[in-house]
Design a protein around this ligand. Structure first.
Ligand code: EPZ
Length: 419
């Protein structure tokens, strides 16, 4: 078993370059199934979720070549199956995009129920509702979801809940449908815009991505032949921003879109950190002890749930009493149990947590319960007194590219060792 061993109390200093966004990449890869031809994808994060997705696409006939560490060419001309077994789909959540993409391409698809981080119940009713509105019949039984239709027809879809996955899945299924599809109450995350930009680059006609209402005018086919570069990862950038302040450091974060980071910049400034944003990079630095803040996680442009745990680490050592309300996922406070082992004073009640700021965390063996909890524990290890050991690294490797190398370059004393 692998673990990370971190010797703490090192202020992070220097520059870090942000990779392509995981949550855009895991939607763009299945979106290639809608293309009749070959395309090139750049700035692809080399993380285990992306490699797993490439393996799935290869299994059903896609030809994928890694041109470099972060670049592939992918040819989906000869897809020979529209069935993906549960053994494959349960490995990660984003496998649900295979349903929208294969339904769009083949007019019928069967996938095993998706897996992913354990964040509490993760329903997909809005995905199913969207496919049905477009004219498909959907059946969920024996661990499989089957969707089929004779013809997908443009329609109006009103999302009852703002959902990243359902918005993207509805776009995927609508791209080759007959007529115009309107997605109302759509999610607005930067990766929604990125998937729409990718599809448009390949010949789709999608307007309004990034607003509440997305209009997809169905086209006959998507042609390959183009190159697309994945948007920088907003959550990875936010993780390094929080780590810079929590460690009392001074870090320049390169290859990010600072516009996507507004809610995070605002919170870091609110607790007393300093941020200088300059278009595609920013500097984050510490001058005085941070203090309390209240946070409610919300869909974009609100404060992202995917940075809640990292911010929880910062608040656990900030002066005063802070409150976090997690409004998206039911079980996203599991990391607090690990921080408590490190001395943090946190009380969780349902979807809310109270953080009584202490002076310092003290090292302990801790377990990552999910991807972002893992990133939060790395930050905790970097700022804690002593040697922290972090287990369950598979969660972290799913979504962060070369994470320990990036932190090491900033001065963190972090090693991956085999136990
Ligand atoms: C995406 O999950 C991300 N995953 C998550 O990132 C992220 O936490 C989440 O969006 C919110 O930003 C990927 O992009 C692969 P949702 P998704 O549908 O699409 C409810 C990470 O760490 N809901 O926007 O599955 C749902 O229960 C991960 O990178 C329904 O009720 O999330 C939740 O409360 C973890 N019915 C809320 O909506 C549905 O049909 C938002 O979920 C769909 C969702």
């Amino acid at each position: 078993m692998e673990k990370l061993v971190i010797t703490g109390k090192t202020p992070l200093k220097g520059e870090v370059t942000i990779s392509g966004a995981k949550n855009a990449a895991v939607a763009i890869l299945p979106a290639t199934l809608l293309i009749n031809g070959k395309c090139r994808i750049e700035n692809l994060p080399n993380i285990s979720d992306v490699r797993s997705y490439c393996d799935i696409l290869k299994e059903i006939g896609a030809k994928i070549e890694w041109v470099s560490e972060n670049e592939i060419t992918i040819d989906t001309t000869k897809i020979d199956s529209n069935k993906i077994p549960i053994d494959t789909t349960r490995k990660f959540r984003a496998s649900y995009y295979l349903l929208g993409a294969l339904l769009g391409r083949c007019k019928s698809a069967q996938i095993g129920v998706p897996g992913g981080c354990n964040l509490g119940p993760r329903p997909i009713d809005q995905h199913i509702k969207s496919f049905e509105a477009l004219g498909a019949t959907v059946d969920v039984s024996n661990g499989n979801i089957t969707a089929k239709t004779k013809k997908l027809k443009g329609t109006s879809i009103y999302m009852d809940i703002v959902s990243v996955g359902a918005t993207i899945n509805a776009m995927l299924a609508a791209v080759l449908a007959d007529g115009i599809t309107t997605i109302d109450n759509a999610a607005k995350e930067p990766h929604i815009v990125d998937v729409a930009n990718f599809l448009n680059t390949m010949g789709a006609d999608i307007r309004g991505a990034g607003t509440d209402i997305i209009k997809v005018r169905g086209v006959k086919e998507l042609k390959g032949g183009s190159t697309y570069s994945v948007v920088p990862d907003q959550i990875e950038a936010g993780t390094f921003m929080i780590a810079a302040i929590a460690s009392k450091g001074d870090v320049i974060i390169k290859n990010c879109i600072t516009k996507h980071l507004e809610s995070i910049i605002a919170k870091i400034e609110e607790v007393g950190g300093n941020v200088d944003a300059n278009g595609d990079h920013l500097r984050v630095w510490y001058t005085k002890r941070t203090h309390k803040a209240n946070i409610k996680t919300l869909p974009y442009p609100g404060f992202p749930t995917d940075l809640q745990a990292q911010m929880g680490v910062l608040l656990s050592i900030s002066e005063g009493t802070s409150y976090i309300n997690e409004s998206i996922w039911e079980s996203r406070f599991q990391y607090t149990q690990e921080l408590i082992k490190m001395g943090a004073k946190i009380t969780v009640q349902g979807k809310s947590a109270v953080f009584e700021g202490i002076n310092e965390l003290v090292a302990a063996p801790v377990y990552a319960s999910d991807l972002r909890a893992g990133a939060a524990l790395i930050i905790a290890g970097i700022i804690a007194k002593g040697k922290t050991e972090i287990y369950n690294l598979n969660h972290i490797d799913r979504g962060y590219e070369n994470i320990e190398e990036k932190f090491r370059k900033l001065g963190a004393k972090i090693e991956r060792v085999e136990e």
